[in-house]
Ligand binder design. Structure first.
Ligand code: NAD
Ligand code: GLY
Length: 372
C-alpha cells in the first residue's frame, strides 16, 4: 500500500510498503545536491554511479560530489546511451568496473539516468555478488513515474524486450524534478504516456486532471509536474505493494505495453521511444477493449485525444505485408502470454482494468484498423 508524507524540506515522500524491503520515493526540487537526500542510505566504503554518455555530463559530477561526502570512494561507469545498448555487453561493463575497482558486497550502486540505465543498474545490483544495494536516481519523466519504482530490472534479448531480468527493489528512489528541465521534448512526451496510463486503469479523476493540465505538463510547469509524478508514484506504489511479483494485479500496469512492445521489437529497439510505443499501444488496447464490449466508442476517443495532446503517435507503424500476423507473432513473446495465448490489459468505462485473452481475428482487425 502507498502512503505519502511531506518532508521538512517540502518534498513529497511516497512509501512503498513491502515489509522489510519497503522504501521511500522522494519527490521534489533541488534534491540532487543536498547531502540530507542521501544520508539515510546504507553505509559502505565504495559507491558506484552508473549512467550514460548523455546524462553523465549533465548530472554525473554533481551526484559524485555529494556522494563523496558520504562514501570513501565514488566511481562512475558511463555506458553508451540508447535502448539498443540495454544488453549483456553493457551489463558486463558494469560488472567489469565493479570488479576492477575491487567493489565488495556492501558497495552501493546509483542508477543515474532514464529507464534504460535504471533497469540495467538494478539487474547488475541483483546479480553482483548475489545482490548489492542500489538507489534509483531517475532523470526522465518516464523513469520518475514508472521504471524506477517497483523493482523490475532487465535487459533486452534480440527475441524480446526485457526478457532477461529480476525483481529487485532499490533502497530509495530520488526524483529531482529540476533535472526534467533538460529533457528533450520528445522524451517528455514519452514519459507522459506512462503518466496517462494510470488514469484509465485505476483513477478516472486523475484522467480528468490530466485533461485539464496537459498543456501545463508539456511546458514543464513545476506544480503540475510535481502532482503528476506524485500521483503516478502513489498508484504504482499501491499496485506494487499488493502484488510485487506480478502474480495478478500488477499486470494492469502494462496497459498498452503488449502492443507497444510489438512495435518496439518489430521496428528494432530505439526506432520509436518506449513511451511512444506505449502511447500508441494504449490506443490499440482501448480499441480492443471497445471490440470486446468493455469500453464505449467515446471512451476510446477520449483516450486517443489525450494521447495525441501529449504529443504521442496514435497510429501504429505497419510491420510488413502481413502486418497483423507480424504483430500477433511478436505479441506471443510477451511475458503475460500463457502457453502461447496472449493476455491483454483492457479497460472499461468505470476505470477498471481487466487482463484477458482475445480472439486472434479481433486483435488482427484492431491492429489493421490502428496502423497507417
Ligand atoms: P532512456 O533511459 O533511454 O532515456 C531517454 C533519453 O533521455 C536518453 O537518451 C537519455 O540519455 C536521455 N536523458 C535522460 N535523462 C535526461 C535529462 N535529465 N536530460 C536530458 N536527457 C536525458 O528512456 P526512458 O524513457 O527513461 O526509459 C525507457 C526504458 O525504461 C525502456 O527500456 C523500458 O523498457 C524501461 N521501463 C522499465 C520499467 C520498469 O518497471 N522497470 C517501466 C517502464 C519502462
Ligand atoms: N511498468 C510495469 C510494471 O512495473 O509492472
Amino acid at each position: 500500500m502507498a502512503d505519502t508524507s511531506i518532508t521538512q524540506g517540502g518534498s513529497a515522500q511516497v512509501t512503498i510498503d513491502l515489509g522489510e524491503r519497503s522504501y521511500p520515493i522522494l519527490i521534489g526540487s533541488g534534491l540532487l545536491d543536498v547531502t540530507s537526500t542521501w544520508q539515510d542510505l546504507p553505509r559502505a566504503a565504495q559507491a558506484m554511479i552508473v549512467t550514460n554518455d548523455t546524462v553523465a555530463p549533465l548530472y554525473g559530477d554533481r551526484l559524485a560530489r555529494v556522494l563523496a561526502g558520504i562514501y570513501g570512494r565514488v566511481h562512475t561507469v558511463v555506458l553508451p546511451d540508447g535502448e539498443q545498448y540495454k544488453t549483456w555487453q553493457s551489463l558486463n561493463r558494469i560488472f567489469d568496473a565493479l570488479l576492477q575497482q575491487g567493489c565488495d558486497r556492501k558497495t552501493v550502486l546509483f542508477a543515474l539516468g532514464g529507464g534504460v540505465v535504471g533497469d540495467m543498474t538494478g539487474f547488475a545490483a541483483a546479480c553482483y555478488m548475489r545482490g548489492v544495494p542500489f538507489v534509483q536516481v531517475p532523470t526522465t519523466l518516464l523513469a520518475q513515474v514508472d521504471s524506477s519504482v517497483g523493482g523490475k530490472t532487465a535487459i533486452n534479448h534480440p527475441l524480446g524486450k526485457n526478457m532477461i531480468g529480476a525483481f529487485y527493489q532499490p533502497r530509495k528512489v530520488v526524483c529531482d524534478l529540476d533535472v526534467l528541465r533538460s529533457l528533450p521534448v520528445r522524451e517528455l512526451s514519452a514519459g507522459l504516456a506512462e503518466v496517462i496510463k494510470y488514469g484509465p486503469i485505476h483513477d478516472l479523476a486523475f484522467l480528468d486532471w490530466l485533461e485539464a493540465h496537459m498543456e501545463d505538463l508539456r511546458r514543464c510547469d513545476p506544480t503540475a509536474l510535481a502532482h503528476a509524478v506524485q500521483r503516478s508514484c502513489e498508484i504504482k506504489a499501491r499496485v506494487v505493494g499488493l502484488d510485487e511479483r506480478e502474480s495478478g494485479l500488477r499486470a494492469i500496469l502494462n496497459f498498452g505495453h503488449t502492443f507497444g512492445h510489438a512495435i518496439e521489437a518489430g521496428l528494432g529497439y530505439g526506432e520509436w521511444l518506449h513511451g511512444e510505443a506505449v502511447g500508441c499501444g494504449m490506443v490499440m488496447a482501448a480499441t480492443l477493449s471497445h471490440r470486446m464490449g468493455l469500453l464505449s466508442a467515446a471512451g476510446v476517443e477520449r483516450l486517443r485525444t489525450l494521447i495525441q495532446r501529449a504529443g504521442l503517435p496514435v497510429s501504429g507503424p505497419r510491420l510488413g505485408v502481413n502486418n497483423a500476423a507480424r504483430y500477433l507473432e511478436l505479441m506471443r513473446v510477451d511475458k503475460k502470454a500463457e502457453a502461447g495465448e496472449i493476455r491483454f490489459v483492457l479497460v472499461d468505462d468505470a476505470g477498471q482494468a481487466h487482463v484477458r485473452p482475445a480472439p486472434d481475428a479481433w486483435v488482427a482487425e484492431v491492429v489493421d484498423a490502428c496502423c497507417v
